[in-house]
Design a binder for this molecule. Structure first.
Ligand code: PLP
Length: 277
C-alpha cells in the first residue's frame, strides 16, 4: 500500500505522468523518517526539514503537519512490521511541456513504507570501512533534493569497493558521507561539520550531538580535516536508517587500531534510549 496524490493504492497501481518534473528533472524533495514499534521518531523535526527544503525550491507544502500525520497513520495501520521507514517525496508536478523554468503546478505527493532493520550492537561491534573522495556536489547540500546523481555515483563506488560509506572532503575539510553525516572523536572531543549549505542537516546528527552531551562528551561543530579523520581516535557516521555506526577503517588504514571506541558505545546506548523513550 502506498499513498499517491490523495489515494491509498497497491504499489503496482500507482503511476505518475511522464511530464512530472520529478521524472524529467529530479525537481523535488524528500524525507526518510524512521518508525520504531509503530511510533514515528522525531516527526516534527523531519516535517520542519521538509518545510525548509520546500521553501528553498519554492514548492508550497501541499499538507499541514496534521494532514501528513494522518497520511502516515493510515499507511501504518496497513503494515504491522515492527520497525519501518517512511519515504515521502514531493515533486513540483507535471507541466504540459518540458522546460527548465516552471509555472505554478499541482505538486505530486508520494509516500511509502519500507522495512527498517537497524543493525544490533553486536553486529555494529565489528566496525565498518569507508573510503574518502573529493566532494564534487553542488553548494546547496542542505536541501534534501531527489536529484541525487552525485550521491548515487559515490554510493556505487562504495558498493564496488565493498565499503559502508564514501566520506567526502571539500578543500581538505570533511563535509559528510554520501548518505550520512560524519563525526570524529579526537582527544575526547566530538567533531563534526557545522550545519550550512555544504551538508544535509541530519536529524540523526542532532540526536548524536544530543547523546554526546548527555554522555559528557564535549562537542565541537568544526569540520575535521582529512588528516584529522585518518588520525582520529574514533570515526562514526549517522543517518535515520543506519543510526550511529562506527567506522574502523578509512582508505584501508585502521582507525584506533581497528577497534571500536568507548565513546561510540556510550553514545550508541544513549541513542537507543532516546528511541525507546
Ligand atoms: N547526509 C546525507 C547526504 C544524507 O543522504 C543523509 C541521509 O540520507 C544524511 C546526511 C543523514 O540525515 P538523517 O540523519 O536526517 O537521515
Amino acid at each position: 500500500m502506498v499513498y499517491l496524490n490523495g489515494e491509498f493504492l497497491a504499489k503496482n497501481q500507482a503511476s505518475i505522468s511522464v511530464m512530472d518534473r520529478g521524472f524529467l528533472f529530479g525537481d523535488g524533495v524528500y524525507e526518510v523518517i524512521p518508525v520504531y514499534k509503530g511510533s514515528i521518531f522525531r516527526l516534527q523535526e523531519h516535517l520542519q526539514r521538509l518545510q525548509n527544503s520546500l521553501d528553498a525550491i519554492g514548492i508550497k507544502n501541499p499538507h499541514t503537519n496534521q494532514q501528513w500525520q494522518d497520511i502516515f497513520s493510515q499507511l501504518l495501520t496497513h503494515d504491522l512490521a515492527p520497525n519501518q521507514s517512511l519515504y515521502l517525496q514531493i515533486t513540483r508536478g507535471a507541466d504540459t511541456q518540458r522546460k527548465h523554468s516552471f509555472e505554478s503546478l499541482t505538486a505530486t505527493v508520494f509516500v511509502e513504507l519500507n522495512p527498517l532493520t537497524p543493525k544490533s550492537k553486536h553486529e555494529l561491534n565489528q566496525g565498518f570501512s569507508a573510503i574518502t573522495q573529493a566532494d564534487f556536489r553542488w553548494q546547496r547540500c542542505d536541501i534534501k533534493a531527489t536529484s541525487l546523481l552525485a550521491n548515487i555515483m559515490y554510493s556505487q563506488q562504495a558498493k564496488q569497493n565493498q565499503v559502508e560509506e564514501v566520506i567526502l572532503h571539500r578543500d581538505q575539510s570533511i563535509t559528510e558521507g554520501a548518505t550520512s553525516n560524519v563525526f570524529i572523536v579526537k582527544n575526547n572531543t566530538l567533531f563534526t561539520h557545522p550545519t550550512g549549505p555544504n551538508i544535509l542537516s541530519g536529524i540523526t546528527r542532532d540526536l548524536v550531538l544530543e547523546s554526546a552531551i548527555a554522555c559528557q562528551l564535549p562537542i565541537q561543530e568544526t569540520a575535521p580535516t582529512l588528516d584529522e579523520l585518518l588520525s582520529a581516535d574514533e570515526v562514526w557516521i549517522s543517518s535515520s536508517t543506519r543510526e550511529v555506526m562506527p567506522i574502523t577503517q578509512v582508505d584501508s588504514q585502521p582507525i584506533n587500531q581497528g577497534k571500536i571506541g568507548t565513546h561510540w558505545s556510550n553514545v550508541y546506548d544513549y541513542y537507543q534510549s532516546l528511541k525507546n523513550a
